[in-house]
Design a protein around this ligand. Sequence first.
Ligand SMILES: *Cc1c(COP(=O)(O)O)cnc(C)c1O
Length: 394
Amino acid sequence: MSHIETDLIHSGKSFNKTHAIVPPIYQTATYYAADNAEEYMAAATEARHPHFYHRHGNPVSSQTAELIAKLEGTEAALLTATGMAAISTAVLSVVKAGDHVVAQQSHYSAARVLLKELLPQFGVEVSYADQCDNASFEKAIKDNTTLIYLETPSNPNLSITDLSFVGALAKEKEITTICDNTFASPINQRPGDFGIDIIVHSATKYLGGHSDLTAGVICGTEEAVNKAWKKLLTLGGALAPFDAWLLLRGLRTLAMRVRQINENALQLAQWFERHPLIKRVAYCGLPSHPQHELAKQQMKGFTGMLCVEVDGEDEQQQFQCAQKVLNDLDIFANAASLGGVESLVVHPASMWGLHHSNEQKLKAGINDGMLRISVGVEHIDDLIADFEQALAKI
Ligand SMILES: *Cc1c(COP(=O)(O)O)cnc(C)c1O
């Protein structure tokens, strides 16, 4: 059996029918100038055929998808235009009117909108479980529950869901599970190993890793992925040829990037813990994280995502101090997204206003002084020095 580093370079290459080491970009909407009618019919009717029409598939998309399926340890994978296309397509391939879904209190904001607004619009009811409390998943399940939707570590608060507990519970009750594995990446966590059925990613983040593309991926059994592919044909979120090619290029260095990022984030989190102006550090690699033991059981590394709370006398002052730190940072850019080679930071309290009321923000664990940090691959001494000078200016 090959190792992840080798898989990242070689998996999926049977889809490259040329002699080129790097596959060409097939910048075409349609492929099949078929030699005969039978061949055309076969290409038109086969699921995920890589040479028929762009929405059906693309050779580089197939190569990249096979590589990601290998990383997640699933039978198959399907690429989509964005992470949200992966999430919405996967969810809509499982639920129908009259079904009930169990989700978490804390999810990526656009996924929350899907659960809160879109699904109820089509007669799908959603209940919310506290991801840190296994019993609350059990309590939330109803007779018509067909899906449990998970995200761990979750955005932005880095709470952990017990994957083997939920995986076993769902298997027993014949409920499908989907897990958003974006924050962990398959280098650090493979939900399929704990009984989760479908794994989704925003490949815009760690998988792509260079903040130069948007993409998503749905991983699961051949059957589950083909079901999602049929929905994708209708919903239309196929990944463009150039972005599939860029994603493949980014993936080559996934293991090295993620390991360096894990190491940088741990050192930065430890430094924050000693800083007098930082009230709280949320990083699942620190023993102070309330779910550190669980994180150790299901993760091989703890990602580059961490949250810190800047101290202040009251909420208003915390809000202002957090914004001041953002303004004074030089290396960390104040930009949305995460998982790239460059370090980014956002202030969730100023960002989540679009979709969340104040009460919802608090429920999702978002405080006024909180900064969410995505650690990149820069030198750790420079990253620490940047926060040191910014915090000194408060
Ligand atoms: C960014 C993100 C998404 C959405 O991905 P897009 O590629 O922006 O559509 C979904 N889930 C998580 C956890 C994310 O961080």
